[in-house]
Design a protein around this ligand. Sequence first.
Ligand code: GLY
Length: 348
Amino acid sequence: MSAYIQLDNAICVPVELAERSYRVWIGPEVRHRLADVIPADVARVAVVTQSAVAAAGITVDPGVEHRVFIVDDGEQVKTLSRVEQLCSEFAQWGLTRKDAVVAVGGGAVTDLAGFVAAVYHRGVRVVYVSTTLLGQIDASVGGKTGVNLPEGKNLVGAFWQPLAVLCDTEALGTLSAAEMRSGLGEIAKYHFIGGSRADGLEDLSLAERIARCVQIKAEVVAADERESGRRAILNYGHTLAHALEAHGGYNLRHGEAVAIGLVYAAEVAKKMGRISAERVQEHRNVVSGYDLPCSLPPNADVKALLRLFSKDKKATEGVTFVLDGSNGVEPVTGLAPDMLLEVLEAIR
Ligand code: GLY
């Protein structure tokens, strides 16, 4: 934990991006530090949150004049029409480029409000108060913002780094078991992309584990902010996960889909001679250690999943997978469809 700053019951992880650098604070009730991270020249704050978050008592005080904008619950809020509506509401209120947006909620709220912040008045400052496990270890860190189109998820967006991220671990107590499982699948991913940083991840407290995952992600983002290469490793396990989610018939949480995707990616890597059977077993042990599935749903339509692989947003040269190997996890292009299908059949 050497690179962490520990202060008053919270852990602080820096995200080093030159003039866009910021800190991610992790701990119980860190949302109450919000006023401390709002710059002194901000006169007004637009707080964007969801009714379920407010109803769970997760509210914030930015310490300056503010107005709360409630958006619908869930991923369906990430639409261009909601972006337009929020921009209009901000304009009617008189929010200026000198002010700030604060998003309070999970990944859907931070993705939406972050994108609105990126485009409103050509960019206003934004702070995230992240309240879900999935949001804390992924969406809130690294500056990806965006909304969905009917044609696919996150197809419209911008890189826009927040000023600070507050990951309130007290808020995790308000999540359903299913929502927690969704975050655990992403945590499982970090066991394999963090190199030595990921050693002993399983022995840490939840707050420390979140901090270590954030630290791993921060290092990847610092090396490749705009995903011209290395950042793609954060999608380990996600090609199959996205296909399972896009198919829509399997009723899987994101983390469950990622868990199956991790095992599948390991089996594909073994098939290609990149990793050993023992390394595949490590994947299975980590995934089942989080009580997440290692197999496809029994009714999975493997041919449909294969077709969906080539529609993945990251697929620039045929089917691309992030695969483990002697150099660690890395994107590999041009995978043979027959082999992918055979391995899909094998993990049913
Ligand atoms: N969620 C993957 C990334 O932030 O790059």
